[in-house]
Ligand binder design. Sequence first.
Ligand code: IVH
Length: 664
Amino acid sequence: MTPADRAEFLRKEIERHNRLYHREERPEISDSEFDRLFRELLDIEAAHPDLVTLDSPTRRVGAAPVSEFPSHRHLVPMLSLDNAFDESELRAFDERIKKLLNISEVSYHVELKFDGLSLSLSYSDGILVRATTRGDGTMGEVVTDNARTLRGVPLSVRPFESTDVEVRGEVMLLKQDFETLNQDRAKKGEQAYVNPRNAASGSMRQLDSRITASRKLSFFAYAVAGGRVGRSQSECLGVLQERGFAVHSSARSVVGIEAVLDYIRRAEQDRTSLPFGIDGVVIKVDSFDQQQELGFTARGPRWAIAYKFAAEQAMTKLNRIFCQVGRTGTLTPVADLEPVFVGGVTVSRATLHNFDDLYKKDVREGDTVIIQRAGDVIPEVVGPVLSNRIGSPERPPEPLICPECETPVIRKPGEVALKCPNRACPAQISAKLQHFVSRGAMDIEGLGSKLVDRFLEVGVLTDQASIYALREHQSQIIELDKLGETSVQNILAAIEVSKNRPLDRFIFGLGIRFVGDRTARDLARHFGTLEALRLSTYDQLIEVPDIGPRTASEVEEWFEEPENQALLDRFLGYGVSPAEADAPTGDRFAGQTFVFTGTLTQMTRDEAEAIVLKEGGKAAGSVSKNTTCVVAGPGAGSKLAKAEQLGVTVITEQEFLAMVETPS
Ligand code: IVH
């Protein structure tokens, strides 16, 4: 047998065993026998590089790292779906379809809406030649090496009728594999992923595909673009499955809207027990002829809709209520919970917002409570399940003293928040420092929350400015918990770089009440320098567009405080010199307010906003009647809807760029 024949045999054999193991769960050989076949193929390919094929299973372990992902245009754009959030919207969808098709009952194909990362696999004559992320829907990033490592992605298949097709589906990380991945990351001191979707997305965007290969990702196919496969969605999925793609068994053909609603109710019930995350159900008109008749709107197909589940809730036991002290001294009651998996993550703490809210909900220690987590927001306690309450636990008392420094707490008239007034409270200092070094502020890499606390504990940090004196404690830090020379040098270098961060980030980092990143930017632009802001009066502050009396007085008070003046002097003494905010160089957008939403492709949102600012305009985060124009990319949701509702002009990114590029 020639090496070519042997390689061909091994490729087929290895893929067959892969299939038996992963898809059919009935392996015929042991892991070590499998490894032996695999190594033999690797050896042949190493000796005869010309024998390596695009679909060789050796490619599943990843290839050499790349420096970037090239962009590629999808054969057919990857559109998104309209959303429905309740039954009435679904009934309206069904009515619309019946009317357009002039029929009395519709055959639908209902599928779970996988909460992962969408991916398009290009097959040419049955060989996987390219894999592309969704990107902006038209162009995506080419991640072929990464895709070859996925379970459920065949590297070659019996060719389809059309030469070139794109198989679409979702990359998923099972809940269990997500937990293991995060545990491993924690051990290595790496940051945890917030949910399986983020982890799947992060894993697919690794420049080194060997890392992707180590992540145990799955792929579920749900569509084919670029050619009809079968006569209906149900037939199409059947063909895909038969060709070796993973198609989830939950998909069904149903007739009429009542059956659709039934399926949704069941999916919602099964949601928590599924091994992967879903965020809804996709309802598609089954017949391809009918799909074609219905066609598309500018946003997506008229023949499909995504039903989105409400925020995910779960029940668990509340063990204890304690208070957390934030950077401005606010005491927030927090529930310590029996860990529960909800909204894609394991939650062991949830906020109770404030004591007024806690009493209104009547939550007590030992209660069974309902936890809710929507999107990426902090999980919250919705309320207790009173029928499960055992005995009559006491109402948790409002704290009289700060749990961290024992200073008596205060409550400003008219405010719900309890506050620790002690500026030297260790919890406040720690929270302030963590905010200062965080990504949106001074972005000091390597100086995470654990290190900040440790440095505070041993006294090498005392306040934000002391970060810039850490260099003086270099030898002590290197010895501390065996941090080591290299990591300390890296942190010190990151601190050095941060000295010239833009002024708005520095202002945001100071953690002044009511001064979020946007207000910080407004202040930086208006005053230009830290010195000018320091000298500003209430009357000048209130002049800044979008700054109200509440914020103006907080800012004024903050800068009047002698302690804060001293803090600023120390920053300057250590050579911190925030880069001045750029003054506008044009006036094309003077008096106009822009909102950017959805995915932008030519630039990041920050860059787009910077263009508006440079041209004398304003960039806002939310749409109101004062908005001049909304620039919407693919994936735009509630902001786009709001703009349409208010009659605000909506343009595409390309139209925005054309505006910028045309000479005025
Ligand atoms: S069909 C023409 N089916 O949901 C649209 N999409 O807004 C074809 N998704 O980002 C999409 N599960 O990645 C379809 N069973 C499923 C899906 C699904 C998840 C995602 C898809 C897209 C979004 C649609």
